[in-house]
Ligand binder design. Sequence first.
Ligand code: PMT
Length: 404
Amino acid sequence: MSRQRVILGVGGGIAAYKSAELVRLLVQAGFEVQPVLTEAAGHFITPLTLSTLSHRKVITGLFSSSPDPQAILASSVEHINVALENDLLLVAPATANLLGHFANGIASDFLTTLYTAFTGTVLLAPAMNTNMWRNSAIQRNVERLSLDGVRFVGPDAGDLACGMVGPGRMAEPAEILAAVQHLLSPRQDLAGRKVLLTAGPTLEPIDPVRVLTNRSSGKMGYALAQAAKERGAEVHLVSGPVSLEAPQGVALYRVETASQMAKQVESLFPQSDTFIGVAAVADYTPAIVAPEKLKKSAGHLTLELVPTQDILATVGAHKRSQIVVGFAAETQNLDAEAQRKLVAKNCDLLVANHVDATASVFGSDLNQVRIHSRTNEPISFGPAPKTQVAHRILDEVAALLRQR
Ligand code: PMT
């Protein structure tokens, strides 16, 4: 099998000295590494160091210094070739300047031009002063890049070269290597596990033509099903009506009502290791479904609604050694509500997402979550694509399964 190829872009910051160790670790782990230095990075580390460790010519600029026309021609397309030949673009340290260029598509040197030509996975390890990291312009760029699917490792918090203490330290080379390995070969940490999920909305019929429903698109649940499959699990997905394709290799059970969803979950749960309730299940259903279409009349119409079965609470009450994960979409008191539902429904984890009028989680490709557990402080993650959020949630699930 050919070795996987990683471009290591090095930005001009004091953390650039760690890039030598990073190249060493990547090479030792079996990757081919193509170093690219920005002009500023050349003030902190020499091309000779990185080429000695990577056994490759280090790229330092867009233009060839050779007068040979062939060399000039080759250098004019080098960024395209390097982009095509590699599996992952890692930038460590990713400075504030580089984040700004990447976020805004400004191609002004080899690395930033390469970024615009690269179609594979991009992993950034930011490093800068704490105040710079917290600056709203920088955070906007980070958010923009997350929306574009760029992955981040770090920054860590701690003592900084400038004398301040706080977030801004580049992640350690070993942590960056682990992130590269994770991205290039998704872990099989759910191999042999059976994961049961619910996703999408439910439809509660009022009469033969009308239903009560909600805005869930199924994207979050389907992303989790796909991520669990990628990590080796046998996945069973009970889905309300959505317009998404079932992820490949996932067993899909289509249902409409909360009661059908409850029945399907009840039959599958005893054979499962993990239940993840992502569906936005109707809390109430009409007491009577009118056999004929209700006719419009001049006055008010009152519908009598009765509570549906709480699927998550039922599963929570009957679990043995299984991991049970609930979701909560809240418009206010996010943490308090999440903690209340975690306990009330006997969950191991509860993923809370904020719903607001401007950036609704419903139907969006992005989500921003707080993962509540029984023992630890809530973990904040995002805004990030739902696929990334799914993997972050599964990291926690896999850790809990290992403890059982
Ligand atoms: O589908 P998307 O567009 O991607 O949007 C994703 C999402 C917002 C639907 C998802 O992230 C989410 O938050 N799902 C739960 C939304 C919700 O309705 O929460 P809730 O507070 O009503 O319910 C809490 C938990 O109990 C959920 O796990 C729910 O599945 C479960 N529940 C609720 C009622 C019920 N009768 N049975 C249940 O199992």
